[in-house]
Write a protein that binds this ligand. Structure first.
Ligand code: FEO
Ligand code: CA
Ligand code: CA
Ligand code: CA
Length: 596
């Protein structure tokens, strides 16, 4: 059976053409308005954004961060099951920074070392998550409310560690000798949200924030790509708050250096947006890798909670988590994410698939470990080394799993595989070698509660130019829908699939695809059309809507990527001569009705 769904009407908008216009293009009848760009004051004394980027680290801790990515709109009454659409909390990830644009004249670096404490603190504070209380006025315009709920969570915010790896010897640090807490969340890419009204932020390329000079790295660092230099060289400046990014062994134990600091990253972090005093929690049962996001199978009372997460790196895996305890409305909370089974996907050539348990008590996993000559002391160590555990289990290496989305009607799971220049051999689930354009894979669980270990999969769409692509109808893509490097993925309540792209390099600069874009695809008909094109140099990522579907929120990340102070390759959103800023875009219909 090939995912039967009842037919529906055609998508009610005209496709936006491919363009390199430096702005937001949407179909006739729709408007797009910039909202909460980097530097928007949201808390404390509400420090105004200074266009020359001279805001201090302290200011940045009260302003929205850089590089908006995954986000979610929580109706203000969501905790009580409400669906209010005019008033809510918008929670936004800030994935990383463009240091040249964060400071008036770029970062100060002397002989490869950072020398200005406030600059590095500002960089750490520009990471993390923003919680912003917002309200829609009668004319459909949104504003930020001054609110005690508004909050910045940064790369320095204290966090608890829960789940099987809590207190593990490999998580003991100078900051937390008991291995039960850490500071900050970093490289927060896509997201998730729970049935009990909390936000989940995912730590993707955290490995690049750490450095180690050790000639031999332990497996929990080497398998994740920690190197001798870090992305922003934070570890080169004095002080415990920066030295913690240097994982080099300098003494005999975990109290004499920061060897285990990187092990407290790579997790999914739960944030209660409604309680500004609640400490975020890193949920270790969900595994440690380059988490892109977390999406849930349809949630049913009395059934286990099931969710999916991709590891976005070349030839990495897709994972599934099944909670041990059952979901109980109004009673379940984050502890459901602390005890369960983590599985990794094997896509067989015949269209079947298997979820392989990464569980130290599972006989098949024990056998695989013995055959590989690898041992883990306990389940905490399995989870800290999730990638290695998945290697041993025999999972299918994928073309960079980015976002997932679950069809609201039938529970089919869709995942973007963005591209993979490093693929040398094609397989059924990753049929292009190398894969410059990416594709979207989907599967259907065989078990009715989604918790079983067997699934059926197929490929929904091969991205690419006319002639080297395939639509769900089996045709080649055309001018109205060519795309490459699919990344963000989301289903609206009526089962339309929204696809966002993250092309870069020559594909973005000179390819046939124009700027990064967002398309809508209807799995019932296979119809796929371009809905939005973003500004120059930007990625389109992050998407959520109000329950009434009159407002759609979309994020624009790194417009004018590669710009230096005074030399901007995009002037979005503020205008000519002004530094480009990541921002949310609010999309609505001019007549104020539902988007579609
Ligand atoms: Fe941050 Fe895989 O995108
Ligand atoms: Ca990104
Ligand atoms: Ca992404
Ligand atoms: Ca990407």
């Amino acid at each position: 059976k090939d995912f039967p769904l009842k037919r529906r009407n055609r998508l009610p908008f005209s496709a936006v053409p491919v363009t390199r216009h430096d702005g937001i293009s949407v179909p006739p009848g729709y408007t797009a308005t910039t909202f909460i760009p980097w530097g928007t004051p949201i808390s404390g004394r509400y420090p105004a954004y200074l266009e020359d980027a001279s805001n201090s680290a302290e200011d940045q801790a009260h302003q929205t961060g850089m590089h908006h990515d995954g986000m979610h709109f929580f109706p203000i009454n969501a905790k009580y099951g409400g669906h209010q659409s005019d008033h809510g909390l918008l929670v936004v990830n800030h994935e990383y920074i463009d240091a040249p644009l964060l400071h008036p004249n770029g970062p100060t670096v002397v002989d490869g070392k950072r020398t200005v404490v406030d600059e590095v603190r500002k960089e750490i504070n520009a990471h993390g998550v923003s919680v912003v209380e917002i309200r829609r006025g009668v004319r459909g315009d949104w504003s930020v409310l001054p609110s005690a709920r508004n909050r910045r969570i940064t790369g320095a915010t204290p966090m608890r560690i829960e789940g099987p790896a809590k207190g593990h010897a490999l998580l003991r640090t100078r900051y937390s000798p008991s291995g039960t807490s850490t500071r900050g969340t970093l490289n927060n890419c896509a997201n998730g949200f729970t049935p009990w009204g909390t936000y989940l932020t995912c730590e993707e390329n955290w490995a690049g924030y750490f450095a180690s000079q050790d000639s031999e790295l332990p497996r929990e660092l080497s398998r994740y790509g920690v190197r001798d230099t870090s992305r922003y060289a934070w570890e080169t400046i004095a002080g415990d708050e920066f030295q913690r990014f240097d994982a080099t062994r300098r003494g005999t134990d975990t109290q004499s250096d920061y060897r285990n600091e990187p092990n407290t990253f790579g997790w999914i972090v739960e944030i209660d947006p409604f309680d500004p005093d609640a400490m975020p929690v890193k949920r270790t049962a969900l595994g440690r890798f380059a988490h892109e996001g977390l999406v849930f199978a349809p949630v049913k009372p009395g059934r286990p909670l099931v969710c999916y997460s991709g590891d976005d790196s070349q030839n990495e895996y897709i994972y599934k988590y099944v909670s041990r305890d059952r979901y109980r409305p109004l009673r379940s909370d984050g502890r459901l994410l602390d005890a369960g089974t983590l599985y990794v996907a094997r896509f067989n050539a015949d269209g079947s698939g298997d979820w392989l348990a990464l569980d130290i008590d599972d006989p098949a996993f024990q056998q695989a470990c013995a055959a590989a000559g690898v041992s883990f002391a306990d389940q905490g160590e399995v989870l800290i080394n999730t990638r290695l555990a998945a290697d041993i289990a025999g999972a299918t290496r994928m073309d960079r799993p980015e976002w997932g989305a679950v069809h609201p009607d039938n529970g089919d799971v869709y995942f973007t595989l963005t591209n993979n220049s490093a693929r040398s051999e094609a397989d059924a689930a990753n049929p292009r070698a190398p894969n410059p354009y990416g594709h979207i894979i989907r599967w259907s669980e065989e078990s009715r509660d989604y918790a079983g270990t067997r699934f059926r999969w197929n490929i929904y769409l091969m991205a690419g130019p006319q002639g080297d692509s395939r639509t769900p109808k089996g045709r080649t893509l055309d001018d109205s829908n060519i795309l490459a490097s699919p990344d963000g993925l989301w289903f609206d309540d009526e089962g339309r699939l929204w696809i966002q792209t993250d092309m870069s390099g020559s594909q973005l600069k000179s390819g046939p695809f124009g700027n990064n874009q967002m398309l809508v695809s209807d799995p019932r008909t296979g119809e796929t059309k371009r809905f939005l094109v973003g500004p120059l140099g930007a990625e389109v990522t992050g998407i959520t809507a109000t329950p009434d579907f009159r407002t759609l929120f979309v994020n624009i990340q790194h417009p004018g990527e590669g710009s230096t102070p005074g030399n901007y390759s995009s002037s979005w959103p503020d205008g000519p001569g002004l530094r480009p800023r990541s921002a949310t875009v609010i999309i609505s219909r001019k007549d104020g009705k539902r988007l579609m």
